[in-house]
Design a protein around this ligand. Structure first.
Ligand code: PLP
Length: 354
């Protein structure tokens, strides 16, 4: 079968759609029926194909398994109130994907393969997009070094894949965060602003220690002196202090989040006082003592915006005030209204695929 844009497609013969309980979607459990696959070799990208979701086969010497040339993106498609499906901010994710690929010395992906491939895949599997509140279809483009060869070198062959899967809410309640002052996630000049696999592997051990201490995740601090707040897990951070919406500025040790960018854009355009600037632990501690900190949130594609209830700094837990609806919750609602079609998409963030 060929689709409208001519992507060669092999349909699955046994759809798994009926096995999914859309009212109890755990994050990361289900994958949709099809995936897009494209291979790079002999210096060029070859025809992408859509095939049934299936295991991969590769040589034990595939370079990705040894030297970490792997990059991913995390995006979402939403069911709109009129039933159509919308992929959120493809361009922004595409740009970041290629920025990550450049930093990891991997082949960049052409826009047509990324965008057309994703639209085509989404059209085919659109019945997988949930319409339950707080649910969405998670979209995972990724790429790995597929050349079979040992010895450290940049791969000459890559495989690009997009798969999707329906997801529910990531956190069902406010989260407890430990400020990490021993281990680091990223340093100046490193790979922190890319979504390369190694960043997440390196974060797991300190995160596990934080969980053993009763926290949900860590808040990373700067690699130099551990005095400035960076980000958390796979999420950026927002604070409301003295009535201002604050976030650490983007740098090469902080991932430039699309969710944060979207929320801050809406904030600026609706008259919220926004400051992107370094935030020190002292400033946060002082704000807790003076009672001027009103909100703290983790924001990202998976979590959207999750309130933080506790921030642990050097063994002392600081509690955020319980709030029904503050500044960030209001911004989150405005963002959701754009994504589900209740509000006008004035920024052109939605790509509607029917
Ligand atoms: C993906 C990610 C984020 C959030 O980015 P979004 O584009 O909003 O999903 C933040 N920090 C890290 C480390 C991430 O991997």
């Amino acid at each position: 079968m060929e689709t409208m844009t001519g992507i060669k497609t092999t349909l699955t013969r046994n759809s798994k759609l009926k096995e999914v309980d859309f009212n109890h979607l755990e994050f990361g459990k289900y994958t949709s029926d099809h995936m897009l696959v494209a291979d790079f070799y002999h210096g060029q990208w070859n025809e992408p194909q859509i095939v049934p979701f299936a295991n991969l086969s590769m040589s034990p010497t595939a370079l990705c398994l040894h030297y970490g040339q792997t990059v991913f993106e995390g995006m979402k498609a939403f069911r709109m109130i009129d039933g159509r499906v919308n992929i959120f901010r493809i361009d922004k994710h595409y740009e970041r994907f290629n920025r990550s690929l450049r930093r990891m010395c991997m082949a960049e992906i052409p826009y047509e393969i990324f965008e057309e491939g994703m639209k085509e895949l989404m059209t085919l599997d659109k019945n997988w997009v949930p319409n339950q509140e707080e649910s969405a279809l998670y979209v995972r483009p990724f790429m790995y070094a597929s050349e079979a060869r040992f010895g450290v070198k940049p791969s000459d062959e890559y495989r690009f894949i997009i798969f999707t899967g329906p997801v529910g809410q990531l956190f069902s309640k406010p989260v407890r965060m430990k400020v990490e002052r021993e281990y680091i996630r990223a340093a100046k000049g490193g790979t922190g602003s890319t979504k390369c696999g190694g960043n997440y592997g390196g974060a797991m051990y300190p995160t596990k220690l934080a969980k053993e201490q009763g926290y949900d995740n860590v808040i990373w601090t700067d690699a130099g002196e551990h005095n400035f707040i960076e980000e958390s897990g796979a999420m950026n951070l927002l604070f409301v202090i003295d009535g201002k919406l604050l976030s650490p500025p983007s740098s090469d040790s902080i991932l430039h989040g699309v969710t944060k960018d979207s929320l801050l854009t809406i904030a600026r355009d609706t008259g919220v006082d926004v400051e992107e600037r370094p935030i020190s632990l002292n400033e946060v501690k002082t704000a807790f003592k003076k009672g001027t900190i009103a909100e703290a949130y983790c924001v990202g594609t998976a979590a959207v915006a999750s309130p933080i209830e506790v921030i642990g700094i050097d063994g002392e837990d600081y509690h955020l005030p319980v709030k029904e609806k503050g500044i960030v919750a209001g911004l989150k609602e405005k963002l959701e209204n754009i994504r589900n079609g209740t509000a006008e998409d004035i920024y052109n963030w939605n790509t509607i695929v029917g």
